[in-house]
Design a protein around this ligand. Structure first.
Ligand code: ADP
Length: 267
């Protein structure tokens, strides 16, 4: 009986190894595919603004004197806007690298949520100019121990997306509430929302829901950076759709007490 069992075990192990080999090969192929998709996407995101900059700068060099002032100003604006876009993309890539290598070290400090929301909104003022922005921040929210720079970036990315994907004139609502030992902060819009099957995937690097989203000035990195930052600060972030009307809602939860104990030695 023991021999028979040993034989069966040997056969089972062989099978497992076979499956493992196939899996390994499949994973390696998948990793290769992903790597080249990433490179294609990064090259595209770098080349598109660069092409605009080179085009505008070349026209200015060759026809500067023949062009009316308005056209020259428009070409210069293209150079500046597209450089900003490149700059943002490279900053995003660096942030991603930091998150992935574990080098992200949040600087914890007691922060007033209303204050960070205010500074994120001031930074996004130009972007949200065509929208109505509403805030619902109760006065008695506890201070949160988090990195104000990272947190402002997270809020900025979410508001930037809301303004990008929801139609002009619609309302972007930022609210916060105490919720079971945590503070939940929500950014809700009145745009198309997200397909239920994509609620997790939107946090993947370079993932975009709609083909058309590619042409907008996005990098496909905003939400993965949000998740990386929020998790580095001990919180969670999830995407959803609004129940009451059309629109996406992103919810950040930051623990208010537990996290404070854990971060005490850092201060
Ligand atoms: P991007 O730079 O493309 O905006 P993100 O990582 O910020 O990259 O978002 C990933 C994708 O999730 C977007 O391309 C878009 O398809 C979708 N998305 C993000 N925010 C919203 C929103 N508020 N409403 C609808 N779709 C959104």
């Amino acid at each position: 009986l023991l021999d028979a069992l040993a034989d069966q075990a040997a056969v089972a192990i062989e099978r497992i190894q076979l499956v493992a080999d196939v899996d390994r090969a499949r994973l390696a192929a998948e990793a290769d595919r992903l790597r080249s998709a990433l490179l294609t996407s990064i090259s595209h995101d770098l080349k598109t603004p660069l092409a605009s900059i080179m085009g505008a700068a070349g026209t200015l060099r060759d026809y500067r004197n023949a062009l009316p002032e308005d056209d020259r100003a428009a070409l210069l604006a293209t150079v500046i806007d597209e450089s900003e876009r490149l700059n943002r993309f490279i900053a995003n890539l660096l942030d991603m690298t930091k998150i992935e290598s574990g080098a992200m070290e949040p600087n914890a400090a007691p922060v007033d949520v209303a204050e960070v929301v205010g500074s994120a909104l001031r930074r996004a003022a130009k972007i949200t100019a065509g929208h109505r922005v509403e805030t619902g921040l109760p006065e008695d929210l506890p201070m949160l121990r988090l990195d104000p720079v990272l947190f402002e970036q997270v809020l900025f990315n979410l508001v930037d997306n809301a303004a990008k994907y929801a139609p002009a004139g619609s309302t972007i609502a930022i609210s916060a509430r105490q919720d079971d030992g945590a503070v939940a902060i929500e950014v809700a819009d009145e745009g198309p929302g997200l397909p239920p099957s994509d609620l997790e995937r939107v946090f993947d690097s370079f993932y975009r829901v709609r083909k058309g989203d590619q042409v907008r000035a996005g990098t496909g990195l905003g939400l993965s950076i949000c998740r990386g930052f929020v998790e580095a600060m001990g919180g969670t972030i999830k995407a959803g759709n609004r129940q009451d009307r059309m629109g996406a809602v992103f919810t950040i939860r930051m623990p208010s007490e537990a996290r404070q104990d854990r971060l005490e030695p850092l201060t």
